[in-house]
Design a protein around this ligand. Structure first.
Ligand SMILES: *[C@@H]1O[C@H](CO)[C@@H](O)[C@H](O)[C@H]1NC(C)=O
Ligand SMILES: *[C@@H]1O[C@H](CO)[C@@H](O)[C@H](O)[C@H]1NC(C)=O
Ligand SMILES: *[C@@H]1O[C@H](CO)[C@@H](O)[C@H](O)[C@H]1NC(C)=O
Ligand SMILES: *[C@@H]1O[C@H](CO)[C@@H](O)[C@H](O)[C@H]1NC(C)=O
Ligand SMILES: *[C@@H]1O[C@H](CO)[C@@H](O)[C@H](O)[C@H]1NC(C)=O
Length: 419
């Protein structure tokens, strides 16, 4: 019995329908960019900062592979005992919550596609990969592996379309090896049909994965040359005349995965804890699909033009003169100031996405990534406001903030279920 059921028991609510939603525990799958430990000042995020109550799964990113398919550390100083010993410390977060699922993530955008294309096409290299990932997971006593090959049949692929079946076959063999130890196997996938239909045999991969992390973000960005939303839930106020199916939105992407044969019970809806920034061509044209000339502001910690962490942008919104608009159809905010334009998510838009995931009976929500939440409560009374919003939207119990400040009467009740 979990804490939530105990609370409901204590309140005498067990006969009500609330219990079902309470015990039917939804997944909150947290990606963690471990390199955030190198960020300056309040941007620095260490293993001690991980919240093991608001996440059900935490995925340690990233590991790589060598040319023979063997899993390898990409930052031995951070990962290994001679340095910061993060792998062992990550494994030990189970002492803080015995139910937390700890995952090692292999791949990611910077690893590219080439090595994975070669490995998946060669029986020997595939065995090396399966053996070494399994061994690493067992050595550190964690709960499973996440495979982020970005992407089969794309970018610097070597084997092109053959990647599609080789990826499925690789997952099949991984599944067999991991099942012997009861380990978890997940993968992050490109969200929208235009790309996903080129990369995956959706039915094929779905049967071997415990959860599918659908990356329903980066749907628009400064590369488009016009303003657009990073992760619109639905079609927006400027999209009235567009056919829904042609749009890059969260709902259309989720429809694609379900209609292609992925069971909703395995799908995790991905949400961004960052925004995309643009430079407007004309400060007076700041609506959706306004012309832009390139990437906009960067944040003080992540230092990446075109990209700003929620923890960075929420401070700017409070200290600088931004105009904030809410698209009531797309269900996301955006902000502009002079020539700067930012599409972002806030706790409200994140909660709406989590509620949507629950309405669609998905397994839960995945987020990229925990270290750009407002984990130091710089912008409000609660630490991890984005993670809390996910938990609330999924109808999970939300433990009280660990931050020192408290504000009375702002938190929604933790056990209510809305629809
Ligand atoms: C990779 O895919 C191709 C095309 O489907 C197939 O011929 C080949 O046997 C696969 N390689 C392996 C090692 O499974
Ligand atoms: C598979 O990889 C091994 C090790 O690099 C190599 O010796 C072998 O030739 C490769 N097999 C194929 C079919 O390319
Ligand atoms: C690694 O592969 C060999 C066969 O190539 C197998 O005998 C061994 O048990 C494997 N190790 C693990 C941890 O699966
Ligand atoms: C954006 O503009 C650049 C530079 O003019 C161009 O190369 C690129 O194709 C444009 N992208 C889109 C999506 O139109
Ligand atoms: C936006 O850019 C396009 C292509 O450069 C141009 O044709 C169009 O007139 C511009 N729109 C506005 C409102 O400036």
């Amino acid at each position: 019995m979990n804490l939530c059921s105990l609370i409901l028991l204590a309140l005498g609510l067990c006969a009500t329908s609330s219990l079902a939603s309470c015990t039917n525990e939804k997944v909150v799958y947290c990606f963690w960019g471990t390199w955030a430990t190198y960020r300056q000042g309040d941007g620095q995020f260490n293993v001690e900062d991980l919240n093991t109550e608001l996440c059900t799964h935490i995925s340690y990113t990233f590991f790589g592979i060598d040319v023979n398919g063997f899993m390898k550390s990409l930052d031995p100083w951070l990962d290994l005992p001679d340095g910061r010993d993060y792998l062992r410390k990550f494994s030990a977060i189970k002492e803080r919550n015995p139910d937390i699922k700890r995952i090692f993530a292999v791949g990611g955008f910077n690893e590219g596609s080439e090595k994975y294309s070669v490995m998946a096409a060669n029986k020997t290299l595939r065995t090396n990969f399966i053996n070494s990932t399994l061994q690493m997971v067992l050595d550190y006593d964690v709960d499973g592996m996440e495979l982020d090959w970005e992407f089969p049949n794309a970018r610097d692929t070597v084997h092109g379309e053959e990647d599609i079946d080789n990826f499925t076959q690789l997952l099949k063999e991984l599944r067999e090896a991991f099942d012997e130890y009861g380990l978890s196997l997940t993968a992050a996938v490109s969200a929208v049909e235009a790309s996903a239909s080129q990369y995956y045999d959706v039915k094929g991969i779905s049967q071997y994965l415990d959860y599918i992390n659908v990356m329903t973000y980066d749907l628009h960005g400064p590369w488009d040359n016009v303003t657009g939303y990073n992760a619109a839930l639905h079609k927006g106020e400027g999209d009235e005349d567009e056919p829904k199916e042609s749009l890059f939105t969260v709902d259309v992407a989720i429809d694609y995965w379900i209609n292609s044969g992925a069971p909703p019970s395995k799908l995790l809806l991905g949400v961004p804890f960052y925004g995309h920034s643009f430079k407007l061509e004309d400060a007076s044209k700041h609506g959706l699909k306004s012309n832009t000339t390139g990437p906009g502001i960067s944040g003080p910690y992540t230092l990446t033009p075109g990209h700003v962490g929620y923890n960075e942008f929420c401070v700017m919104l409070q200290t600088e003169d931004w105009n904030v608009e809410h698209d009531h159809k797309a269900r996301v905010p955006y902000a502009y100031k002079d020539l700067d334009w930012v599409s972002f998510d806030d706790p409200h838009s994140i909660r709406l996405k989590a509620e949507y995931a629950r309405k669609r009976n998905l397994a839960g929500v995945m987020l990229w990534s925990i270290e750009t939440d407002d984990f130091r409560a710089k912008c409000g009374s609660e630490d991890f406001p984005m993670l809390r919003a996910i938990n609330r939207g999924l109808g999970r119990e939300v433990p009280p903030p660990t931050a020192t400040t408290t504000v009375i009467g702002t938190s929604p009740p933790t056990t209510t279920v809305e629809n």
